[in-house]
Design a binder for this molecule. Sequence first.
Ligand SMILES: [Mg+2]
Length: 321
Amino acid sequence: MVTAGRIGGENYLRAATARLCRRIPARDHGPVTETRSSVPTAADRTAADRAAADRTADREPPPWSFLMDMDGVLVHEEHIIPGADEFIAELTSRRANFVVVTNNPIYTRRDLRARLLATGLDIPEDRIWTSALATAKFLHSQRPGGSAFVIGEVGLTTAMHEAGYVLTDRNPDYVVLGETRTYSFEAITTAIRLIEAGARFVATNPDPTGPSRAGLLPAAGAVAALIEKATGKKPYFVGKPNPLMMRSALRAMGAHSESTLMIGDRMDTDVIAGLEAGLATILVLTGISTLASVEQYPFRPSLVINSIADLIGRTDNPLGG
Ligand SMILES: [Mg+2]
């Protein structure tokens, strides 16, 4: 069995990449079912497998810690992805260290816990990490007790207050752009003038759009582009794919990069951020990135699986080997 305790970070990643290369031939994208031969889905596993998983459920915690994206991995909007509840239940029963990481800065941890609970996922507040929390933590480390003009919702303003920041439109140290469903031209104008006057420009996440039931919504990245065009100043984005987001989550969960996995549905945010933070990475095909798209990137995840359900019963050794 391969564990981070036995193999160092660089060697480990090389070994993990080699395993992926075996699973997905470099020049043959192949059907999704190709990954199934070596990574059985929940449906493929037998009752005996499940019984074995149950027997091990109360043993030692897995050697791996888990970071995972929310949308496209555990849920689609307000609907749970099949198996996500069983996967979380297994991590919980095995006392595994895990944190759900989201670029969405709109909600507080308490709000997100309630939203997840409504889908059927029971995840404690302290196992949720958002780009709003990462941004507030970053600003606190850079300039403790500073001030900021904030465009965003309660998830961001609460995090900023809790980090000891004063929210003001009078000569702030920073303009912090998050997300809101009610962008105001007046607030954007104020942000532009403050940046022109010398405030530093920080944004929670670079996503150009976000999902909603009615269709795409403009997100922080799109509004940041508007402000950048007007001021000529680029924002510093804290959320994925900035590995800072992963490092702050690791610190919040007290985990080490060498023994932590990032599970995500996007090559261009989750996998690259995990990779650059020194984590092993697992791509699930229940969200944005497809198996064929993996080959278009100059980097690869450690493993590609159909869905989070494929990890049920495998949390002690998710990469196999
Ligand atoms: Mg996602």
